[in-house]
Design a protein around this ligand. Structure first.
Ligand SMILES: CC(C)(COP(=O)(O)OP(=O)(O)OC[C@H]1O[C@@H](n2cnc3c(N)ncnc32)[C@H](O)[C@@H]1OP(=O)(O)O)[C@@H](O)C(=O)NCCC(=O)NCCS
Length: 191
């Protein structure tokens, strides 16, 4: 797999399909615009306020791909090319059996199932791409006050697994861990 990977997200009853590709320098203005939203700022640790911070954020994404620790995708509307979301597979231990998915949707694009469709596309890609390395589980973590994110988990097939204790100052409230496991291969037919 390379940083040239491009994925397709499903269409939605009121929205076209989605295009997922790795971030590029040209995404900086849209990133800065997306991070103006208070809800996104509330649930993110590192907001992007200006060109310098955007360059830093993009640099983290590029290094993540190089190092195998973070595979982030810009989620675009195919027709307009507008950046509507960010979805990322985080691999704290590259090559390990578990990973984590993270995401946000730009405020004007919310409520159209963008995040669940992007998470679905990323999940299928990740289990396919990293099967040989033994990836078997992807976790989805959110704070208990993030009801929209809990709905994304449910709609993406990430089942609730456990309540997580708060870890202030980064995570001031308790959280949920949801997860999905790699689907078993269909059993071979013997007749
Ligand atoms: C959580 C988030 C990614 C959901 O993205 P989305 O693409 O709007 O996802 P959906 O369209 O499936 O909506 C999910 C829920 O958001 C809520 N929602 C619906 N329309 C909305 C709108 N216009 N604005 C805000 N929330 C809305 C609803 O509760 C919806 O659940 P429902 O399907 O049961 O009605 C998005 O709200 C977001 O980016 N929040 C800030 C960052 C964040 O919380 N990231 C996740 C950290 S764990």
């Amino acid at each position: 797999m390379t940083a040239g990977s491009v994925l397709a997200g499903a269409a939605h009853p009121v929205a076209e399909g989605l295009l997922l590709r790795p971030f590029r320098d040209e995404d900086a203005p849209a990133l800065i615009e997306a991070y103006r939203d208070e809800t996104l700022r509330h649930f993110t640790l590192n907001p992007v306020d200006d060109a310098e911070q955007a360059a830093h954020w993009l640099g983290l994404q590029y290094r993540g791909w190089e190092q195998g620790s973070r595979y982030s995708f810009a989620v675009l509307e195919p027709d307009t090319g507008a950046l509507v979301a960010n979805v990322a597979l985080k691999r704290a231990t590259p090559g390990g059996p578990a990973a984590e998915v993270g995401y946000w949707t730009a405020a004007p694009a919310r409520g159209r199932g963008v995040a669940p469709r992007a998470v679905e596309a990323l999940t299928a890609w990740a289990f396919d791409t990293f099967a040989a390395e033994g990836l078997v589980r992807i976790d989805l973590l959110h704070q208990v006050d993030n009801l929209a994110s809990c709905r994304v988990a449910e709609k993406s097939g990430y089942a609730f697994r456990e309540l997580l204790t708060a870890l202030p100052p980064e995570f001031p409230l308790d959280g949920h861990r949801h997860s999905r496991h790699r689907p078993a291969k269909p059993a071979g037919r013997h007749c």
